[in-house]
Write a protein that binds this ligand. Structure first.
Ligand SMILES: [Zn+2]
Length: 227
């Protein structure tokens, strides 16, 4: 089970990020970390944000679509996103920058840093946890396990060496598959786990093997299942 890094974000910003509405987190210092990141809602709410027309519009838009699950949960990991970039706010004008409409020019008196989030996956059950000001911080093992357990692995069948090359690019696995010169009808499964791990099952593996691999990876959800 992979580690989980998180950032603590004040509400309602955390909710907007967890819902995929705000794909940029604003800070006064750069984040050098890239990869999967838990969006953790802190214990406090940013009162100014609740008067921000942009925020109110976003939340109203959700309510008008019948979403009744918009709650500003505090003190929990709400979602996992992928950090793909962090850049200084581009100074287009004193009050205008990139990453609109959410990008800020300054943050805490400094040039703002825009942390770009993609592939946001919201958790159906937020995982309670203490936050931290570190950028990012490492979630305790039980928290990480509870987060990964809510995200579904995906898997696909790779039938041909050409498909394998397309999937892996120039990676070692593609060369390995191609090098074995297996007949096209031979099966290989590639399983992508939510924590970024990837497992390949070789020739002869069946869907049952895939299920077993996933069960093996997924932490036990219920204590009685451990017996
Ligand atoms: Zn930007």
């Amino acid at each position: 089970m992979a580690e989980l890094r998180c950032v603590t974000v004040q509400q309602p910003w955390a909710a907007l990020e967890a819902l995929g509405l705000k794909p940029v987190e604003i800070r006064g210092v750069p984040m050098h970390y890239r990869g999967l990141l838990g969006i953790h809602a802190g214990q406090t709410c940013d009162p100014r944000a609740l008067r921000d027309p942009l925020v109110l519009e976003a939340l109203d838009g959700l309510r008008s679509t019948g979403r009744r699950d918009i709650r500003l949960t505090c003190g929990a990991v709400l979602a996992v996103a992928n950090v793909v970039d962090c850049h200084r706010a581009a100074p287009y004008a004193p009050d205008r920058t990139c990453c609109q409409p959410w990008g800020w020019v300054t943050y805490g008196g400094k040039t703002a840093q825009h942390i770009v989030l993609t592939d946001v996956r919201r958790l159906t059950a937020p995982v309670p946890c203490r936050g931290s000001q570190a950028m990012p911080w490492r979630a305790p093992e039980d928290v990480a396990a509870a987060v990964w357990a809510q995200l579904e692995p995906t898997w696909q069948l790779v039938n041909t060496a050409a498909e394998a090359r397309a999937m892996f690019g120039g990676a070692e696995q593609a060369n390995y598959i191609a090098g074995r010169q297996l007949p096209d009808e031979e099966w290989r499964w590639v399983i992508d786990f939510p924590d970024g791990g990837r497992t390949t099952l070789w020739v002869g593996a069946t869907e049952a093997d895939v299920a077993a691999e996933i069960a093996n990876w997924r932490p036990e959800r219920e204590p009685e299942e451990t017996q």
